[in-house]
Design a protein around this ligand. Structure first.
Ligand code: CTP
Ligand code: CA
Length: 224
């Protein structure tokens, strides 16, 4: 089997990927989450593993499953869990791709007991979660670091500033302009921007094909 992997472009490379949503607890039975399916991250994991990479796939709660001898799934729930898992595997990674839809805010206090229905309104105080990707950018050594950006306006400008702010090598801008792109859909329309601000636009494709475009762009960049 080692011989078969020898000629593949990502043979010997360790790739860490974050995927899916995170769930932030409100009380023992409730959470704040989002509609991320995890599909994009899982497709990137498969694309990388099929090219010989050893993949750590850190995933929030999803219905996705994968069965590949080069992919290890690390299940997490919250942004803090994802942060801790990502930091555990980071120093050993060559390529890191943050495809997760991490919650930006979490309840400041988590109730120990189920919150009872009482007044007509209920106010939850939220505080920022840790930015997993930004924290990896801050301590980057030799890793090739890739982020996603979900934007609805000034897309390219916002994506470029995210790329700089988080110290990334490449950012995948998810275009929500076209219907059929985004969270729940099986297709995506992406624009890739590298740290020299080279921009490549791709057409609306299946997430499987988008994953291949992303991985191929990374391979070209690391071999340049
Ligand atoms: N990200 C992360 N940890 C967070 C928030 C975001 O790792 N707490 C990562 C995402 O996985 C993605 C990138 O940062 O790769 C950008 O996420 P996005 O939600 O587009 O940007 P934010 O920095 O959260 O800013 P905003 O939501 O305000 O646009
Ligand atoms: Ca966000």
């Amino acid at each position: 089997e080692k011989d078969i992997l020898n000629g593949l472009p990502l043979n010997g490379k360790k790739v860490m990927i974050t995927a899916g949503p995170t769930y932030e607890a409100i009380d023992p039975v409730r959470f704040i989450g989002n509609h991320s399916s995890g599909k994009m991250g899982f497709e990137i994991a498969k694309a990388a593993a099929n090219l010989g990479a050893e993949v750590i796939l850190i995933s929030g709660p999803t219905h996705q499953t994968v069965n590949h001898n080069l992919i290890t799934v690390v299940p997490v729930v919250s942004a803090l869990n994802m942060y801790e898992a990502a930091h555990k595997y980071y120093s050993n990674s060559d390529i890191v791709i943050a495809a997760a839809a991490v919650a930006d805010y979490k309840p400041k206090n988590v109730a120990n007991q189920k919150i009872k229905k009482k007044d007509a309104t209920l106010t939850l105080e939220l505080e920022k979660t840790k930015d997993v990707l930004a924290s990896l950018g801050e301590i980057k050594t030799s890793q090739f670091l890739v982020g996603f950006a979900l934007e609805t306006n000034n897309e390219v400008e916002n994506a470029k500033s995210k790329l700089k702010r988080k110290n990334l090598d490449l950012i995948v801008l998810n275009s929500l302009q076209d219907k059929g792109a985004g969270f729940k859909s099986d297709t995506n329309k992406v624009t890739l921007i590298d740290k020299d601000e080279n921009i490549s636009t791709f057409k609306l494709k299946s997430k499987t094909e988008v994953a291949t475009d992303i991985i191929n762009t990374i391979i070209t960049a690391i071999n340049a």
